[in-house]
Design a protein around this ligand. Structure first.
Ligand code: TNX
Length: 536
């Protein structure tokens, strides 16, 4: 070998060696932070968290692997999309060239230390994040936890690296039913608004969205066999705006969007009270004494007769008219066709213009219709005053006595105490929106109560879950919704998901204060309550 060549080889070898040394030095100096998974700002708080204090590093070389099952693959794609939205990183899902380091592995397991179908286990080590779940629903809930664990900023400004604290999380819900309700009747909200609400409640692991689709002021879902319900009854809203309604295709779009987020839609047709819009469209349904309209009335006369105020209790169906029941059968039949979830909500509240014996008769008839369509009835707590079956569900909002009656009958109860989680209640006397007939509900009051013991005599095994209704007499825009719902709805998600011993206001309020980057990113115009030291 000539001298020159030898020199050249030595030279390039040493460059190569120095390179290796430099590279490994660089690796060595990269001191990832000591972390503490137990201090992360997760809402709702998981069942158990153990920290191992090092870092999983998410980079553009990270990838996602899932069990080879369609639903699990979809959950993998959802995680990839959410990571892209937050970090800009484009993670490969289920591709063979994925690297060994930085893999997120989402697995269906047949056996786990939890039996709840929404439960999951998350094992985060330096090189790997493992999600174990019995169902894709459980994996989807785990994805929300991972989203919350990824920070909003990179580890340092030079590199595109995102640090996740290591450790293990074992998690499952405290209650089976964790819901939000939107009143789309007093004011109508379009699909875009509903989808944005769904995005937010899914992030906090809620699993039901109840839509209050009819009331005195408006009928909001197309029923093909009774077209005037929307043609006439959908024409206005509180204050006289233009109102609106969902076509069946639009309703299906909502149901599908919710399902992708593992949220079930609960449609409500409120009756026999709260029915002015329905019987204005079809006067033969009217059971009140002052019947202004008959079947001969013109469309114009009917539209002119719609109600735009906010009184309750003046309307009722004619409970002794058989046509009312064939109408209800048609309406529920069409809605059931579009609704995969198990529940149909029949309202049943504040039927102050219905004689009690007629009310009882009505609820029993409607229950039979709902059963004929293979669905479970939910009704506001008044339905417990009738001879209703134990398989039906009562939604407690005002009367503890009714909630107790329901549990004595063996019914399950959804808790929506107006004094605590009616999101339409004002925060305080200077709140710009909302009502205050039940109470002023500041952010701490909405969180500081115990569903497990709130109603005397109602034990945990009779509680299906908890739901936060948002009535819309005083709100008409997405900003209005967000002002009342956020942050109180976030606290409700924790009351529904986290066990009692994991709930604590002082700890919660710090985690809540740290939701601002999420709210800002999602453009959620939350109410900046002074009780919270919001992170800017
Ligand atoms: C009571 S809660 C109602 C609604 C009102 C709400 C306003 C319930 C079952 N009925 O009709 O919108 O109060 O807070």
């Amino acid at each position: 070998m000539n001298k020159n060549r030898k020199n050249r080889i030595i030279k390039s070898l040493s460059v190569f060696l120095i390179g290796i040394v430099l590279c490994s030095c660089q690796d060595a100096v990269k001191n990832y932070p000591k972390t503490d998974l137990t201090a992360s700002h997760l809402i709702p708080k998981p069942l158990t968290i153990n920290a191992t204090n090092s870092s999983f590093v998410l980079t553009e070389n990270s990838s996602i692997q899932t069990s080879n099952i369609e639903e699990f693959k979809n959950v993998g794609f959802i995680l990839a999309e959410k990571i892209k939205d937050k970090t800009g990183l484009n993670l490969a899902v289920n591709t063979s060239e994925s690297t060994k380091k930085g893999v997120i592995s989402i697995n269906k397991v047949l056996d786990a230390s939890f039996s709840n179908q929404e439960g999951y286990e998350l094992i985060i080590s330096e090189d790997l994040i493992i999600v174990n779940a019995l169902t894709a629903e459980g994996a989807f809930r785990a994805v929300q936890t991972i989203r919350q664990l990824i920070p909003y900023t990179t580890f340092n400004s030079e590199e595109n690296e995102w640090i996740v604290a290591t450790g293990t999380i074992l998690d499952e819900p405290n209650f089976e039913y964790r819901g939000a309700m939107l009143d789309v009747s007093r004011h109508f909200f379009d699909i875009k608004v509903i989808k944005k609400y769904i995005d937010a409640i899914a992030y906090y692991k809620m699993n039901y969205l109840h839509l209050h689709l009819s009331d005195d002021q408006g009928w909001r879902i197309e029923i093909k066999s009774w077209p005037k319900l929307t043609e006439i009854g959908g024409n206005t809203q509180v204050g006289g705006g233009k109102g609106g309604f969902y076509t069946q295709n639009e309703y299906t779009e909502i149901v599908d969007y919710a399902a992708k987020n593992y949220i079930t839609i609960v449609p409500e047709i409120d009756m026999p009270g709260h029915t002015h819009a329905a019987y204005t469209a079809y006067p033969q349904l009217n059971g009140t004494k002052n019947k202004k309209l008959s079947s001969e009335s013109t469309t114009e006369e009917r539209i002119a007769n719609l109600y735009t105020g906010t009184e309750v209790g003046f309307s009722t169906f004619d409970t002794r008219n058989e046509e009312v029941y064939s109408f209800i059968d048609d309406v529920i039949g069409e809605i059931v066709q579009l609704t995969p979830g198990p529940y149909i909500h029949m309202g049943g509240d504040e039927s102050l213009s219905t004689e009690h014996k007629d009310y009882e008769y009505f609820v029993e008839r409607v229950e039979k219709i709902i059963h004929k369509h293979n669905k479970i009835l939910i009704g506001w707590d008044e339905v417990a005053t009738t001879n209703i079956e134990s398989s039906s569900v009562a939604q407690f909002w005002a009367s503890e006595e009714n909630a107790q009656k329901a549990s004595e009958k063996g019914m399950k109860v959804i808790l929506s105490p107006a004094k605590k989680i009616y999101l339409d209640m004002k925060y305080d006397s200077i709140s710009k929106l909302g009502l205050n007939w039940a109470a002023f509900v500041p952010v701490d009051s909405a969180y500081n109560w115990t569903p497990e013991t709130y109603v005397k005599g109602l034990s945990k095994d009779h509680i299906l879950g908890i739901e936060a209704p948002l009535w819309s007499e005083t709100i008409s825009t997405i900003e209005d919704i967000e002002y009342l719902a956020f942050p109180r709805l976030v606290g409700v998600s924790e009351l529904g998901w986290s066990v009692q011993q994991n709930r604590n206001w002082d700890n919660y309020k710090i985690r809540l204060a740290n939701q601002t980057p999420y709210f800002n990113k999602m453009n959620i115009k939350y109410y900046p309550s002074k009780l919270i030291d919001w992170v800017q």
